[in-house]
Design a protein around this ligand. Structure first.
Ligand code: GTP
Ligand code: SPV
Ligand code: MN
Length: 556
């Protein structure tokens, strides 16, 4: 199939001495990221999809897409792609079958999922599988729609060949449809990375983090500890999606349903993510990166000067003074997880790994401190439900616009957002050993627009404070909107950070948080009648405490 894709010009071989088994794919320039405005939840009623999703009526939508798809694969090869999300045989796992006329999609699914006979074996005679139908058509935005039919466990996607629009296992099944199934079956399908943090004493703490697209999940999942933290080991379980269930111990257990990483290339370099650079040294499909004249890859932030005669992501000659980017800002690598040098040995465990902390975070130039701990589960759900983040190139549209992105699931929740919040609260009641919930922000800026916190590997310092809180070694300081670290509780050895800079990054400013809680209130009004009362009650109490100058506002 690779040879066929090369012959068809879908894949361009890279230099196999430098990058064995690696290929470049250039997508249609009109098709370079998820299209949220063309993504639909097709439930019988509009209310089931809720106010944050685009909705279309199922019958009419099936009919319309049937019209577009009819005959569209004539003369093309149709690939039948059976796959498992999750380890084979795990009670967490689910089977899907995607029909696609894109060889790029079929090959990518082979890296991103456990594809092939294992899936057919697991399925057996059952008809309990996700039905995915993907037709590339003529890659016209006029005939592009990504439609989810949760009641039918079905996804039909047309007119796009890119990432989350076309690899139906990923956002479409493992998040939108799975979130629907998870509510029915009392579990959670979340846009979260999963990582194990092993202390020098050999104790491993697992945390799961929900950040919006292109806000740092892959990087956090495979970070290299700072030099001063010898003896700490970071082990990746997942980099994008977590399926979480309540275990026999009453705690939350997580698997990564995927088998590979579809990661953001720009900004990835030896310093920021050494492990990712190693991972993509072989058996990787690069999409929309720039190509060097000697058959290697290049992108902005790779930390190497661009060689002469670079070819840009659209296949055109590029020069540094061209004033345009050589790689698309949403250029990606598709690598097998087995290539990750710090892959967790527990990644195939059928029962998953036990989660001690859930972390919410976004891209916030202001307001949100480096880290904030919630007072309890309900307050933590409020943190997730009201989190904001600046938009990125992972989706079509303006970049850098602040929007509410609850639990990083705004584009991925397959049902009514208010009902989703209620499901989170209900899960909290069922958990006898709930994880702690934190919020983080690696992206706060100073007055000159520079990041206050160095980020990447240094983020382990923040994760260690969380572990100290979980194990009862750190106390934290009450800041009305949550608990922040006492600066003395952070291990800052070997880090060049001014005391002023640290104070600035840890600050929860009363005025900024009043505005934040007001914005949260506006968002809650948009959710409408399905919004659970306890969330509005805590939001109101915090807003009141900020007004009145009181101390602790939220709590059980
Ligand atoms: P999706 O795959 O779209 O869900 O993205 P993601 O959440 O996995 O984000 P990823 O780790 O790929 O990071 C996205 C961009 O943010 C890349 O350009 C990174 O280099 C950059 N980034 C990641 N972590 C940090 C950090 O701690 N600080 C700063 N300043 N940038 C970061
Ligand atoms: C994201 O946008 O969150 C991604 C990339 O992980 S895509 O698969 O295109 O959705
Ligand atoms: Mn993602």
């Amino acid at each position: 199939m690779i040879a066929e894709a090369v012959a068809a010009g879908v894949l361009i071989p890279l230099d196999h001495a430098k990058r064995p088994g690696c290929y470049l794919h250039r997508s249609n320039p009109n098709d370079v990221a998820r299209t949220e405005n063309l993504t639909m939840v097709c439930t019988p009623t509009r209310e089931e999809a809720g106010p944050t999703n685009n909705w279309l009526a199922p019958d009419e939508t099936y009919a319309k897409l049937r019209g577009w798809l009819g005959g569209s694969m004539r003369g093309r090869t149709m690939y039948v792609v059976p796959y498992i999300m999750g380890p084979a045989g795990s009670p967490f796992s689910k089977v899907g079958v995607e029909l696609t006329d894109s060889i790029y999609v079929a090959l990518s699914m082979g890296t991103m999922t456990r594809m092939g006979s294992a899936a057919l074996e697991m399925l057996g005679d059952s008809d309990d599988f996700n039905r995915g139908l993907h037709g590339t058509l003529d890659v016209s935005p006029e005939r592009r729609l990504i439609c989810h039919f949760p009641q039918d466990n079905t996804i039909w996607s047309t007119g796009s060949g890119y990432g989350g629009n076309a690899l139906l296992s990923k956002k479409c099944f493992a998040l939108r449809i799975a979130s629907w199934l998870a509510r029915e079956e009392q579990w959670l399908a979340e846009h979260m990375m999963i990582v194990g943090l092993e202390s020098p004493q050999g104790e491993t703490t697992y945390v799961a983090a929900a950040f919006p697209s292109a806000c740092g999940k892959t990087n956090l999942a495979m970070l290299t500890p700072p030099r001063s933290m010898k003896g700490w080991k970071v082990r990746t379980v997942g980099d994008d999606i977590a399926w979480l269930r309540i275990g026999p111990d009453g705690g939350l257990w997580a698997i990564n349903p995927e088998f590979g990483y579809f990661g953001v290339a720009p900004g990835t370099n030896e310093k920021s993510n050494h492990n990712a650079m190693k991972m993509m040294a072989r058996n990787t499909i690069f999409t929309n990166v720039a190509m060097t004249p000697d058959g290697d890859v290049w992108w902005e932030g790779i930390d190497q000067p661009p060689p002469e005669n670079l070819i840009d992501w659209q296949g055109r000659p590029w020069r540094p003074d061209a004033g345009v980017k050589a790689a698309h800002p949403n250029a990606r690598f598709t690598s097998p997880m087995r290539n990750n040098p710090v892959l967790s040995p527990h990644v195939d465990d059928p029962q998953g790994v036990p989660i001690s902390a859930i972390i919410f975070g976004g891209r916030r130039a202001a307001t949100v401190p480096l880290v904030l701990e919630s007072h309890d589960w309900t307050h933590g759900v409020l943190m997730g439900a009201t989190m904001g983040s600046e938009t990125t190139a992972a989706a079509v549209g303006q970049v850098g616009v602040l929007r509410r992105d609850p639990m990083a699931m705004l584009p991925f929740c397959g049902y009514n957002m208010g009902d989703y919040f209620a499901h989170w609260l209900a899960m909290g009641k069922l958990l006898r050993k709930p994880p702690k919930i934190f919020m983080v922000n690696w992206f706060r800026k100073d007055g000159d627009g520079r990041f206050l916190w160095p980020g990447y590997g240094e983020n382990l310092r923040v994760l260690r404070w969380m572990i100290d809180r979980i194990d009862g070694r750190a106390r934290g300081v009450e800041a009305t909107v949550g608990l922040v670290p006492d600066p003395a509780e952070l291990d800052l050895k070997g880090l060049a950070l001014s005391p002023d800079g640290l104070r600035e990054s840890l600050k929860a400013d009363r005025g900024e948080w009043k505005a934040e809680m007001a914005a949260a209130g506006d968002f809650f009004r948009k959710i409408g009648p399905t919004l659970p009362d306890p969330l509005e009650a805590i939001r109101h109490a915090i807003a009141g405490a900020l007004d009145g100058g009181g101390g602790r506002a939220a709590g059980s």
